[in-house]
Structure formats: C-alpha cells, structure tokens
Design a protein. Structure first.
Length: 765
C-alpha cells in the first residue's frame, strides 16, 4: 500500500512507478495513458511528501507547449516551482550555454540562428565556392543543411561525417560547406538549433567542474517523450544523470516518429542497458479515446515488430463508428470533409476548434483549404508562416539582436537594408571584404570605418549607423526591456519607413506594434527579463505552441505537428499507398522505414477522442504523365479493414462505416464545380490570429481565360502581389490545369492557395 495523498489520485499502473523515488526508471506509456499526469504527480509527491528540494529537480520535454502544461499542473500542486527547471532540451541547453559560453570561446550574448539564417549562411558559402544550385549535379542549400544537422545530431564534425559519404564529389562539397558554415557561425558569435545540444555536450566533456555542478544540482532528472531523443540528447541526459542515476524516463516507442531528424528508437532499449538495475513499467489504460478508436490503434500498431508489447485499453464508451470515405478524387475528398464539419457544427453542437485535419505531408492542404473557404469555415494551417518570421518583424528584431550580439552578421545585413540608409550592395560587399581581410566582425568595420580604409560618402553613412547603436547601447542599460524596444522602434523609425499608404503598410505597422506588445507580455511574465532571454524565447518558439483551445478554428497540420495534441474529431486524409505510407518507405529495403510510417498512423489515430474519419481519393493526378490515374489504397487501410473492394460490396463493415463514392457522383460534382469556384472567388476567407473569419466581396463574377503561357509565369520562386494579401512568393506552381491554382507564401498572411482565374496577381521584381 502506498501512503500518499497526492498519488492516491493515480490509477494502479501510474501509482507504482510514481512512488519509487530513487534509481533509474523507464515507463513505456501508451497514447493517452496519462503520462503527464503521472509525471507531475510524482514530482509533487517528491517535493511535498518526501521533502526533496525543487532546486534539485529537472524535467525535460520536447515542446514549449508540453513544458508549459507541466508547469501549470505543478503550480496547482506545489507552492513554489521557480527553482525547478521545466523546459525543452533546447531551452535547457541555451540556459546552460548563456552561463558558460565563454568556456567554448563564445560570448554569452550569442545569437541563435533559425532555418532562414542557416540557409542564408549556407548560400553565401555555396556562392564563395562557386557551387551553382541550378546545376542538378550539385546539392542545394536545403540538402547541405540536412547533412550538417544530421552530423550534429550524431555529434560528428565535418571530417568524421565525411567518412559516411561515398560519392567523392558530394563528400568534398559537404565537408567544405560544413567547415565554412561552422567558421561563419563562430565569427558571428552564433549557434544554430543543433549547436545548442552539441555545444552543451562539448561543454560538459571538456569541463568536468561544470558538469559536476549540474550533476550535483540536478539529483533527479525527468525526461518526457524519451523515444524522440537523438544521439546528442541521449548522451546529454546520460551525462547529467550519471552521478546519482535518479533518472525517470517516460516514452512510447510506438510513437517514435522523428528518425528523419535523428531520433533513435533504440535509445529506449539502450536506456535499460546503460542504467543498470533499471525498473520498467507499462501504462496501457487510455483516458483519451473511445473503445472503437483504441481498437483501431491496437490493430495497426501490432503489425510492427520492433516494439515493447503492450495493448491499449479504455474504460470509455464504445463511441461512434469510425468512418472510412472513398471518393473519386481529392476535390471530392475535401468536399466530404467540409460538409462533415459543417454538419457536426450546426447539428451536434461542435465548435470548429473540435476538429483537426491530419495529413502525411502539408502539400495536401491546398484542396482542403479551398473547400473550407467555400464553406466559410475558419481554419489555421500549422507549420506555415510564423509571426516572428514576417519580414517587418525580423527587420525590427535585427536591431535587438545587434544590441545583444554585435557580431551577428545576418542581423547586420538586415539592419543595413532596412530602413534604407543609402548603402547598396556594392557598399555592403566592401564592408564584408574589409571584415574578411582584417578578421573582424561587420559591426567592427562599421564602428571603425576609416581605420579599415573606408572613406568618403560611405564612411559618413556608416557614422550615422555607429551613432545610432551608441545611443541604443546606452539606453538598453537604463531602460526596462519593454520600454527599450518601444524606444528602439521610434529611434530607428521602423514604422515611418514602412509608411501607411496602403492596407498592406497598415498591417505591417500593426505587426510591429504586436512585436512591441509581445515584449511587454514577456516582461510582465518574467520580471527582470533581459534582451537575451526574450530573443531566446522567440527563437525557440514553434507555431504549434500558439495553439489555444479558446481559438475557434479548424486545425490543419501534418501528423508530425499533431504529436502530443488531441481533438474531439479527427480526419486523416490522403490514405493511399505512396502517400501514407510514403513511397520511399514502401520501396525501401529497410523495414524500419515502413514501421515508422505505421507509427505515424498510430499517432494520427490516437489524436482522436470521440470521432475518427479516414479518407482517400481513388484517382490522383500523376505529375509525370499529367494524367489522372487510379491510386492504390494505403496498406494501412488493408491492415485495418481487409481488402477494401471486397468490403465495399456490403457497404457496411464491423468497426467501421465505409462510404464509396463512384464515378456518377464525380460527374455531379464536376457539374457544380464551376459554380463553387465562382463562389470561392467572390468570398475570400481571412483567418486572423484569433481565428475569426472575415468576408470580403469581389466585384469579379466572370472567370477570364487562362492560357498555358500564363501558367508558366507563376513558377516556384516567382514574386507576386495581390491587392489584398500584399506581396508573396509562389511556393507551388500550377498543379491542376483545370482550376489553375497556385500556392503563395504572403508576407503578412502566410500560405494561401488562389486561382489564377480570379486572383488578379501582379508579378513583381
């Protein structure tokens, strides 16, 4: 019997591991089994009933959302958790490096480069090495970035990683770019996301005194979502817990879905080997989903062989039948989704926020978005354009980054370009060359232009930049961070440079105001916050962290983005072989790839609490042939329901309703498609941050003719302007010549898919 007022609220499966305080423990927790509840109750039990100092506890997870949820739960059970570290891996490492960066040759005010800065540095390195990205025999910037990240996740430098590249040409290119990239970041006093892990591990290995400090302080280490750890994360945790061995790891190998970014499902087994005497427990009772949904989840995941055997069960009701919808094409699939959401909202009391549409790849969102627009259903696509990635916000933040870290070369480039200072590309190249020649930072050249041989008009222009930052650096020391950022925006003249001539200008200025507001909010929640701490918080933020249950809109996201979330009603779409699972996994000689795809399907199914809808189009456009061809149903559907063609003869099957829409229905759909397109074109649904849908009426009612030549104008990378959405870049050219849709990433509203027949796009330089 366990005598604990706190633990008595747990079930028997949860209670046993939560009651054991010392030694290594591994809990394999099935989806929806209350692992966060168990973890937080264990911490509260340790602090309140066992007298353990909160200062000696560290809890690590993978998302800000999960960390915040853990904090909120603990605050209700423990009076003071301020001394406890509850954070993501990257936030933990950043916090440690801010204190000890000088031990590695960095300043403590280092910048953290996101994907856009990383790609920019790589492109500059490619240009310096005359690597043409248009030459198909060469690698592109994204591929170089993947290799660099893959090496770092496995704690490898350029030379060690090169041994795993068999192609001599690629080996030379990757190694060279990798080294140039590392040199550029070091000179800029910058780290990328992977460096946060790598450099912290390096710090511990090279400095035994620093490692001993953190080992001694954090006597108890908790790790959530343990199955998602990569090599660097696992070795970091192993180092931290190596002194006392009091490590509590919670995970589920059935939900390991991040091998593409280095996650090692083998770490679950390795944990039991590295921590001798490890106790292993299972959590199998699901609190989230209905019996019918859990039955499907068990049925799919049992086909994997590399897993710890467990069987989810639930005391919840049987619930609604799982529905499988087969349609003629993906337009009809999208219509089914929109109609079902509309019906359930109007007739069964659901909110839009009760729905999530999950897809294997975000390329499937376009047709679904079109139908949601047609039905006036508010939605948000996660994994798209983040607020802090908007140009005007990044331009403003660049000044803040330079005040914190004058060596940040990417921020210098933004600062010189906006507001315009009369310093063109030729002058910027001259500054860069002087910095290279004298091995100094760009800001060193700007602050001492004449010393480095820059004279005349350019020297005068740089003098004003020098004076600006002299003033900003003085003010930052005497002002709270929120007041300082407001001062910075006025002193630099950010909003004046944007102007207020157009609606687009007004939106950009509003975004700058929102940036100021975000600083104020951060300052209110974090007394005495520094510029470094604020910049770290926005750099480590994911757009999924902003998901708020109070926002009433449908969520569209990939299955990867949905990890850790739950919704009353879930649609899993595009269930065809080659798409889910991906063709790469289907054709791979490595069975682990298909097993990971199956784990993804398991994760998708277990996001649903009450209702689950599975759908697939029978016909898909073949981009190579340009023809619409039959698409084979996902093998996962066959594993769940048997051969679909045979089952469809009866219409209804046990555990599921299967709907089969035939060719006649498609003809009826086609007959009304034109009127639906016109309906869509005259009603542009804009979803703002609060998730409210606004409607704007267009004067156009007749579709102009579109020629093949027009299609070719809107290739990927083309810059365009829309009279309402503003400027953007085409991310996906015309893929459906009947409807002529293109996908555009707009600076102020993110991704939108528009018809060339109605959008009136202007191509800009």
């Amino acid at each position: 019997m366990i005598d604990s007022e706190i633990l008595k609220n747990l079930n028997d499966e949860q209670k046993l591991p939560a009651s054991i305080i010392d030694g290594p423990i591994l809990v394999t927790a099935g989806a929806g089994s209350g692992k966060t509840r168990m973890l937080t109750h264990r911490i509260a039990h340790m602090v309140k009933e066992k007298g353990i100092n909160p200062n000696h506890i560290m809890a690590i997870t993978f998302t800000n959302k999960a960390a915040n949820e853990m904090k909120e739960r603990l605050e209700k059970m423990i009076d003071n958790i301020q001394d406890m570290w509850i954070c993501t891996f990257h936030a933990m490492c950043s916090r440690i490096l801010r204190r000890h960066a000088d031990a590695l040759g960095y300043s403590k005010s280092f910048s953290i480069y996101g994907d856009s800065e990383k790609e920019s540095v790589i492109k500059k390195a490619m240009k310096a090495r005359n690597i043409d990205p248009e030459d198909k025999s060469n690698l592109n910037a994204r591929t170089f970035g993947w290799h660099i990240s893959n090496a770092k996740n496995n704690l490898m430098g350029p030379d060690e990683y090169s041994k795993f590249i068999s192609d001599p040409k690629k080996q030379a290119m990757i190694t060279g770019i990798f080294k140039d990239y590392e040199d550029a970041l070091f000179k800029a006093n910058a780290l990328d996301f992977d460096d946060l892990l790598v450099k912290t591990y390096e710090l511990f290995v090279k400095n035994s005194d620093i490692l001993d400090y953190y080992q001694t302080r954090f006597e108890y280490v908790f790790v959530d979502e343990f199955q998602d750890t990569n090599t660097a994360q696992y070795k970091l945790v192993k180092l931290l817990a190596n002194k006392y061995k009091n490590i509590f790891a919670v995970g589920d190998e059935d939900q390991c879905i991040y091998s593409w970014r280095g996650a090692q499902v083998q770490n679950v087994k390795q944990f039991t080997i590295d921590f001798e005497g490890c106790k292993v427990f299972k959590l199998e009772q699901n609190y989230r989903s209905t019996k019918k949904i859990i039955e499907l989840a068990n049925k799919i995941i049992k086909n994997n062989t590399h897993r710890i055997e467990k069987n989810l069960w639930t005391a919840n009701d049987g619930g609604a039948e799982v529905e499988l919808k087969q349609t003629y094409n993906d337009y009809e699939e999208a219509e089914f989704i929109a109609e079902k959401i509309e019906y359930l909202v109007k007739n069964e009391g659901n909110n839009y926020s009760d729905f999530s549409i999950l897809m294997r790849t975000n390329s499937l969102s376009r047709k679904v978005e079109e139908k949601l627009l047609t039905y006036n259903i508010p939605y948000k696509v996660y994994g798209g354009f983040k607020f802090f990635e908007r140009k005007e916000v990044k331009d403003t933040a660049a000044y803040l980054y330079l005040v914190a870290n004058p060596n940040d070369s990417e921020a210098v480039a933004r600062m010189l370009a906006f507001p315009k200072k009369g310093i063109g590309d030729v002058s910027i190249t001259q500054i860069i060359e002087r910095a290279k020649t004298f091995s100094v930072s760009l800001m060193d050249v700007i602050n001492n232009a004449e010393y480095y041989g820059i004279t005349g008009a350019l020297s005068s222009k740089l003098a004003s930049v020098r004076d600006l930052f002299a003033d900003l650096n003085t003010q930052k020391d005497v002002m709270p961070i929120d007041e300082f950022v407001e001062y910075l925006v006025k002193r630099v003249g950010i909003k004046e440079a944007i102007g207020m001539k157009t609606e687009e200008d007004e939106t950009k200025c509003a975004n700058v105001d929102e940036f100021i507001s975000s600083v104020k909010n951060y300052a209110e929640l974090n007394e005495g916050a520094t510029i470094d701490e604020f910049l770290q918080s926005i750099t480590l933020m994911r757009d999924i962290d902003s998901l708020d249950e109070a926002d009433n809109f449908v969520s569209l996201m990939t299955v990867h983005a949905a990890k850790g979330l739950e919704f009353n009603n879930v649609f899993i779409i595009g269930l065809n072989d080659g798409l889910f699972p991906l063709s790469r996994a289907v054709n791979s000689a490595d069975p682990n790839e298909l097993e990971e795809e199956r784990r993804l399907m398991y994760v998708a199914i277990t996001r649903a609490k009450k209702r689950l809808f599975l759908s697939r189009p029978k016909m898909k456009l073949n981009f190579e042939s340009g023809r619409t061809e039959y698409a084979l149903e996902s093998r996962f559907l066959v594993e769940l329901f048997g051969e679909l063609k045979k089952l469809n003869q009866n219409g209804q099957v046990a555990r599921s309703n299967i709907y089969d829409t035939g060719f006649d229905s498609f003809l009826n759909q086609s007959a009304r498609s034109e009127s639906l397109s016109q309906k869509m074109s005259s009603r542009i649904n804009i979803v703002n941050v609060a998730g409210k849908a606004n409607t704007q009426t267009s004067s156009s009612s007749t579709a102009p003719a579109i020629s093949t030549a027009d299609y070719n104008k809107y290739k990927k990378g083309t810059k365009v302007r829309h009279n309402h959405f503003g400027d953007g870049v085409v991310t996906l050219g015309v893929t459906d010549f009947a409807s002529a849709f293109v996908t555009i990433n707009f600076e102020k509203v993110g991704n939108k898919t528009l018809s060339l027949k109605y959008a009136k796009l202007e191509i800009i330089d």
